[in-house]
Design a protein around this ligand. Structure first.
Ligand code: NAD
Ligand code: FES
Length: 285
């Protein structure tokens, strides 16, 4: 069990939890993830480590409420406990040798993972530009944190309600066209966004890393649940990744595999909501 020492609601659907996990904090590197279970009957979900503090012995996760497990996780408060919390899993992010100039592209809640990448690379002395894209102003997260962790921060919103209007890909293209020479681009966010970013950079021959989030079960390379096709070969994201060469990933296959359990997820969430409503009614009566 790990204890929650800090909870912060970043926007109506995205929450940050900092937990006491000294052994994981001691070893964690940007790019790695943990697998948790909220309770004994809970499903296992992987979440990329958003931050870690070796001195305090804490690990931070940031998640979006998208299903039953993340709803239950969001229901926990400071002082509460998460049943199982295992990690660090996966390989740390590895840049091409000699890379000096990096552009980190985060999309929506994927910015939670883009942040430790930017922070780690900036602290290591690399030149880091960040493009962070959100649908609208009200869901922008981690703006101050990003400012402190990069050389230039560019925020885009799809509807133009804050900073520049457009997708992250529009900004990336304009920065490259303006003469910014990136050695590597790191993209983290919705699969479609990573696919589009890789499409842009391929045209300019810029090495591109993407952080994949397929369905995972054991997280140790045994179940095959997280398999992805990279360069025509089968890889397991939990042990071979989660970072891969964006120009080699079969994003369409990943999108279709990730959608397989949508009906079951919706049914579980519906059942839970009904149970909570019944409980609330019985308490009022
Ligand atoms: P979103 O749909 O709001 O998109 C965020 C940004 O991505 C947009 O503002 C836009 O700039 C860009 N984008 C979206 N579609 C695009 C397109 N077709 N072309 C170019 N750019 C595009 O994102 P969200 O709802 O906050 O993100 C949720 C998704 O992120 C979930 O699917 C989640 O699984 C994924 N995610 C991935 C990771 C990871 O490790 N890869 C981590 C956290 C979340
Ligand atoms: Fe089972 Fe990766 S999650 S092999």
């Amino acid at each position: 069990m790990v204890k929650i020492v800090r909870k912060k609601v970043l926007n109506p659907s995205v929450t940050l939890l900092e937990v006491e996990a000294p052994l994981i904090a001691k070893k964690a590197q940007p790019g790695q993830f943990i697998i948790l279970r909220v309770d004994e009957q809970g499903e296992r979900i992987p979440l990329t480590i958003a931050d870690f503090d070796r001195k305090k012995g804490t690990v931070t996760i940031i998640f979006q409420k998208v299903g039953l497990t993340t709803e239950l996780l969001d229901g926990l408060e400071e002082g509460g406990y998460i049943r199982d919390f295992v990690g660090p899993l996966g390989l740390p992010t590895e840049l091409p040798e000699g890379a000096k100039r990096v552009c980190v592209v985060g999309g929506g809640v994927g910015c939670a993972i883009a942040y430790p990448q930017a922070k780690g690379l900036h602290a290591a002395g690399l030149s880091v530009d960040v493009i962070a894209g959100f649908r609208s102003k009200d869901i922008v997260i981690l703006e101050d944190e990003f400012k402190a962790a990069c050389d230039h921060l560019y925020i885009t919103t799809d509807d133009g309600s804050y900073c520049e209007k457009g997708f992250v890909t529009d900004k990336l293209k304009s920065l490259i066209e303006a003469g910014n020479q990136y050695d590597v681009v790191i993209a983290i966010g919705p699969i479609i966004m990573m696919k589009m970013v890789a499409g842009v950079t391929k045209g300019y021959g810029i090495k591109t890393l993407v952080s994949l989030n397929p369905i995972m079960i054991d997280g140790t390379g045994m179940c095959g649940g997280c398999r992805v096709s990279v360069g025509g070969k089968m890889k397991f994201a939990c042990v071979d990744g989660p970072d891969f060469d964006g120009h080699e990933v079969d994003f369409d296959e990943l999108m279709s595999r990730n959608a397989v359990y949508r009906p079951e997820e919706a049914e579980q969430k519906e059942r839970h909501t009904c149970r909570m409503e019944q409980l609330a009614k019985s308490m009022i009566q």
